[in-house]
Ligand binder design. Structure first.
Ligand code: C5P
Length: 315
């Protein structure tokens, strides 16, 4: 049995609409998710003792069952009573508590890596089903690329790749937003809007089309719609309505991104990462430099990444 090295890309939300409550306490969503080249690297190797060991030198990443990657290994043990123990080393590059699905990406890599290490031969669908038991974003992290995500976020339809685009991401390192908090706030403040007119929301759910966004992104990638606002009009995240007022720093960062470019700015997931899309590396670097000049705060991390076609991959 050999060791494996995997990359686990982060995701951004190009669209997130909350369309209803679910009996399981989650929310019914319409999302468009996109993998980006900002990725963690994981090393998995078999252990002779029947144990899970997790190492990560990032101070905010737990090494026990509170880490989703650890729980992914536990789930594999539970389902397949593994022939070996597993050592997991996480080289953390994706900011933590950021709305970029870093924890879900790591868990996805652990599922895929253990499948290979124990030679289980699981299909992508079977891995995604296991992933969905642990977290709503994990099936997407396995699949990657661009996808429409419905249900809790685990019902995926792949969308055509627009992989020439760049994204500039900004996050205050010391700031993280609790995802359950963000959804609960939304439910408390805005739940009445979808509850009052659930029929209209259901209809929207069925009829949602990603066409306008895809067209605008394709044009942006070809350099034919810079600055005409079409991408901006199609990007949307309902959770901004609760997160931005509660975190004025994030609101200001988003406003700065918005001022700098014409290609579209949004908060990813439950935040607090905000991002701007750019049609070239040069445009991305200009945005990064201008954001850093406007907010010369060592706590602010700014990253440039590319859209990418893959989810978890063995390297
Ligand atoms: O599925 P996951 O564990 O990643 O979700 C984290 C939290 O986000 C959930 O506990 C829930 O509070 C919220 N959530 C939700 N509806 C979704 C996805 C997540 O309310 N569709």
């Amino acid at each position: 049995m050999r060791a494996y090295s995997l990359i686990a890309p982060a995701k951004i939300n190009l669209y997130l609409e909350i369309v209803g409550d679910r009996p399981d306490g989650y929310h019914e969503l319409i999302m468009i998710l996109q993998s980006i080249s900002l990725a963690d690297r994981l090393y998995l190797r078999p252990l002779s003792v029947d144990k899970i060991r997790l190492h990560c030198d990032h101070p905010k990443v737990p090494r026990d069952h509170t880490n989703l990657a650890y729980r992914a290994a536990e789930l594999m043990f539970q389902k397949f009573s593994g022939p070996t123990g597993v050592e997991i080393i996480i080289d953390k590059q994706i900011p933590v508590g950021a709305g970029l699905a870093g924890g879900s990406a790591d868990a996805a890599a652990v599922l895929a890596g253990i499948d290979l290490m124990w030679d289980l031969g699981l299909t992508q669908g079977e891995l995604q089903e296991l992933g969905a038991q642990l977290g709503s974003d994990i099936p997407f992290c396995l699949q990657g690329g661009m996808a429409l995500a419905l249900g809790r976020g685990e019902v995926l339809s792949p969308l055509p790749d627009v992989d020439r685009l760049f994204v500039v991401l900004g996050k205050y390192r010391s700031l993280s937003v609790s995802t359950p908090w963000a959804y609960n706030q939304y439910r408390t403040q805005f739940g009445h809007t979808y509850r009052q007119d659930q029929a209209a929301r259901d209809m929207r759910h069925q009829q949602f089309s990603s066409g306008a966004l895809l067209k605008a992104l394709t044009q942006l990638a070809k350099g034919t719609n810079q600055g005409d606002g079409k991408v901006s009009q199609s990007l949307h995240n309902d959770l901004e309505q609760v997160v931005l007022p509660a975190y004025p720093q994030v609101q200001q960062l988003r406003e700065q991104f918005q001022r700098l470019e014409g290609s579209g700015t949004l908060m990813s997931g439950s935040g607090p990462t905000v991002f701007a899309l750019a049609e070239s590396q040069l445009a991305a670097e200009r945005i990064r430099d201008a954001v850093q000049a406007a907010f010369p705060d060592p706590d602010l991390g700014v990253w440039i990444a590319r859209f990418c076609r893959n989810g978890v991959q063995v390297v």
